[in-house]
Design a protein around this ligand. Structure first.
Ligand SMILES: NC(=O)c1ccc[n+]([C@@H]2O[C@H](COP(=O)([O-])OP(=O)(O)OC[C@H]3O[C@@H](n4cnc5c(N)ncnc54)[C@H](O)[C@@H]3O)[C@@H](O)[C@H]2O)c1
Ligand SMILES: O=c1ccn([C@@H]2O[C@H](COP(=O)(O)OP(=O)(O)O[C@H]3O[C@H](CO)[C@H](O)[C@H](O)[C@H]3O)[C@@H](O)[C@H]2O)c(=O)[nH]1
Length: 327
């Protein structure tokens, strides 16, 4: 198929593009490069530098490139910022998302894989979290992602749009070509590795008084390459209808202190730590049950996860000490 990847110059998007190509699909990327990097897009893929909120351009791209399916990853995705600036998230995640759906329906592109998030669950009552758990987002980021998920269900009924909403837990790691470069960086693993590389003096642990075994937050880190492979499976799965899947590694997850310990083993660096205040909006534990996608689509994240994830990110960082060459 010819697939349009929105946000394909971003961290996860660039790896999804690699996996789609490896599966034999043709790919076009649309990205406004607000956060993405032109160099993250493989040279054989057309990168259209445009904003999703350009409706005429969007329809033209869908028609002229004869797009058959869309992987929609373009979004703003910082939980804290979304609380400070809800309008930015309602605009870019919900309004722009709805504009994309309208363009797709008008042009007759009726297959979509959507990047959703564990943030739709808010503070879940039970771990691991199943897709049937209550969705009660605690920030505008999760709220706007959930709003688009719900719109997808209604557009499906009315217009025959088939969709897969993939609720990612914590994406981490790198492929051989693509790694995580955000400015500012807010994610734990790249921040820890910046300290290991001597670029920052210490990691701040956001709270050590959570009701968890060592007092720090527990998360479910999933290798970005495994995550990307799920998109290929989800596209194939659309033949059977619409669906919603969690994407995590399950198990017990890893606390912030466990992440630090594994990073020390992988890098051989001391990685000094300071304990700071809790970060607003951080649930204590977020661990996925990914049983549904394992059973229905045969997706299996690779075992031995965290050390391999951190090792891949560390290798990429050392090979690309200045990140990407262009934006
Ligand atoms: N990183 C995670 O752990 C995580 C977890 C859950 C969900 N997600 C979701 O996965 C997706 C990708 O996340 P990421 O970490 O790769 O983020 P990212 O910021 O690296 O990538 C997003 C890309 O979208 C582009 N973009 C944003 N708004 C756009 C617009 N209006 N028009 C065109 N391009 C636009 C940005 O330039 C960027 O390249 C997002 O939808 C995010 O909400 C990420
Ligand atoms: O400097 C830091 C950075 C993070 N953390 C902690 O490390 C854990 C992971 O934090 P990240 O910022 O790496 O990731 P989040 O769990 O906050 O966010 C991820 O999960 C969210 C859903 O809950 C969203 O989907 C978001 O896009 C995705 O990156 C959290 O407990 C956080 O408090 C620290 O202690 N210090």
């Amino acid at each position: 198929m010819h697939i349009l990847v929105t946000g394909g110059a971003g961290y996860i998007g660039s790896v999804v593009v690699e996996e789609l190509l490896a599966a034999g699909h043709a790919v076009t990327v649309i990205d406004n490069l607000s956060k993405g990097h032109a160099d993250a897009v493989p040279p054989e893929v057309e990168l259209i530098r445009a904003d999703l909120r350009e409706p005429t351009r969007l329809r033209q791209i869908l028609r002229e490139a004869r797009i058959e399916a869309v992987v929609h990853m373009a979004a703003d995705s910082l939980v804290g910022e979304s609380v400070q600036r809800p309008e930015k998230y309602y605009n870019n995640n919900m309004v722009a998302g709805l504009g994309l759906l309208d363009a797709m329906v008008e042009v007759g592109v009726l297959r979509l894989v959507f990047s959703s998030t564990a943030a739709v669950y808010g503070e879940p009552e039970r771990q691991p979290i199943e897709e049937t758990a209550a969705t009660r987002p605690t920030n505008p980021y999760g709220e706007t992602k959930l709003a688009l998920e719900r719109a997808l269900a209604w557009y499906g009924g009315a217009h025959g749009l088939r969709s897969a909403s993939l609720r990612y837990f914590n994406a981490a790691g790198a492929s051989a070509r693509c790694g995580e470069v955000h400015d500012p960086e807010t994610h734990l693993i790249p921040l820890v590795l910046q300290v290991a590389a001597g670029r920052s003096p210490h990691v701040t642990v956001f709270g050590d008084d959570y009701p968890t075994p060592d007092g720090t937050c527990v998360r479910d880190y999933v290798h970005v390459v495994d995550l990307a492979r799920a998109h290929v499976l989800a596209l194939d799965g659309l033949e059977r209808g619409s669906c919603t899947y969690n994407l995590g590694c399950g198990g017990a997850g890893y606390s912030v202190r466990e992440v630090l310990d594994v990073a020390r083993e992988v890098t051989g660096a001391a990685i000094p730590v300071r304990v700071g205040a809790r970060r607003a909006g951080d649930p204590a534990v977020l661990v996925a049950s990914s049983t549904r996608i394992e059973k229905e689509l045969g997706w299996h994240p690779r075992p031995g996860a965290l050390a391999k994830i951190i090792d891949s990110a560390w290798s990429w960082m050392r090979a690309h000490p200045h990140g990407y060459a262009h934006n």
